[in-house]
Design a protein around this ligand. Structure first.
Ligand SMILES: NC(=O)c1ccc[n+]([C@@H]2O[C@H](COP(=O)([O-])OP(=O)(O)OC[C@H]3O[C@@H](n4cnc5c(N)ncnc54)[C@H](O)[C@@H]3O)[C@@H](O)[C@H]2O)c1
Length: 322
């Protein structure tokens, strides 16, 4: 297959690209290497991908229609039914979206609009795109299900992801483009994002600084190991349903304090803690009902935090030469 993967230098994009390259697909990666977090990590991921002959990199922005079209021209060759766009580029981070709303509107909504327009123009076989558990807002259901109401958004970031689901469904409706939205639930693993909780906790432990534990440590999250997410993304690429949205979670919720204890155990050191109230835009619990993904994608997350966190910590120590 020929696959255009936006956000290929990002955390999930890198792992997805690598798995697709390993199975022999041609991957065109596109990324603007933005400075939301240290671009050195994005360069390191890209260096690994560049070792593959079947990988092509385009440094560019999805907001730049001309640059994006360059990528689509490379993608739309041969049997168009065998072409996919895996659209993962986005401005991420719930907290960042409170202070930089314009970036989120332009990158996530404007950028996605460009990707959809070119999928239509080049008659691409299907688009798989990243949504988020954030679309559930502050829903109080014990398990989040795809068909529950998601009209009430509590963060700008979540709102842009909800908008992406609506944009995609319009392109399916009007032009028959196949679109699959994936609501990821807190993804973690090696080469992970420095702005996310696992990386921050590990940094604080390593430096002997107090960990900021929001929501008094009582928040519950459905943590998903990156290899499990990648298996769900690849199944979506292969199934290529006309228009669906799936939850991709770890299948189990963990309390933040248990997660922290697992990090401490893996690191071999206990961290100091500073307990703080919930932050604006954060939700008490995220918990994915993954039965739809199990049934329609054969999705079966395998990695528990007891196994996944030590893999991250091992990579972290190597990366930081500890
Ligand atoms: N990591 C998670 O837990 C999580 C949870 C829910 C949803 N998501 C979504 O999954 C996707 C991937 O997330 P990630 O964790 O890998 O984040 P990431 O920030 O590591 O990756 C995103 C990549 O997109 C690139 N990018 C951003 N704006 C761009 C633009 N305008 N043009 C070109 N490239 C651009 C960035 O440089 C980055 O490399 C995102 O859409 C994110 O919103 C992630």
């Amino acid at each position: 297959m020929n696959i255009l993967l936006t956000g290929s230098a990002g955390f999930i994009g890198f792992h997805t690209a690598k798995a697709l390259l390993d199975r022999g697909d041609n991957v065109i990666g596109l990324d603007n290497f933005n400075k939301y977090y240290d671009p050195k990590l994005k360069e390191l991921r890209t260096k690994i991908l560049k070792k593959y002959e079947n990988f092509t990199l385009i440094r560019g922005d999805i907001k730049d229609m001309n640059k994006l079209e360059e990528a689509f021209k490379l993608l739309a060759v041969g049997d168009l039914a065998q072409t996919r766009v895996c659209h993962l580029a986005a401005q991420a981070g719930v907290r960042h979206s409170i202070e930089h709303p314009d970036e989120f509107i332009k990158d996530n909504i404007g950028g996605t609009q460009n990707v959809l327009e070119l999928c239509k123009k080049y008659k691409i076989g299907g688009m798989i795109y990243a949504s988020s558990s954030s679309v559930y807002g502050d829903a109080t259901e014990t398990l989040f299900q795809e068909d529950q109401n998601t009209d009430h958004q509590v963060s700008l970031y979540g709102m842009t992801k909800k908008a992406n689901e609506l944009q995609a469904s319009v392109y399916n409706n009007l032009f028959g483009l196949h679109v699959t939205g994936l609501r990821f639930f807190t993804v973690y693993g090696p080469l992970g994002r420095p702005d996310m909780a696992l990386y921050l906790f590990t940094n604080w432990i390593a430096r002997g600084q107090p960990m900021q534990v929001f929501g008094q440590g009582k928040m519950r999250r459905d943590f998903t190991y990156v290899d499990d997410i990648v298996s769900g993304i690849i199944a979506s690429i292969d199934k290529n349903y006309p228009c669906e949205v799936f939850n991709l979670g770890g299948g189990k919720t963990e309390e933040l304090m248990d997660y922290i204890s697992t990090v401490e155990k893996a690191f071999g050191k206990e961290g100091k803690k500073e307990f703080l109230p919930m932050q604006q835009g954060d939700v008490v619990q995220t918990s994915a009902d993954i039965s739809k993904a199990r049934e329609m994608l054969g999705y079966a997350p395998k990695t528990h935090i007891n196994e996944g966190i030590p893999k991250f910590v091992e990579w972290y120590k190597e990366y930081h030469q500890l």
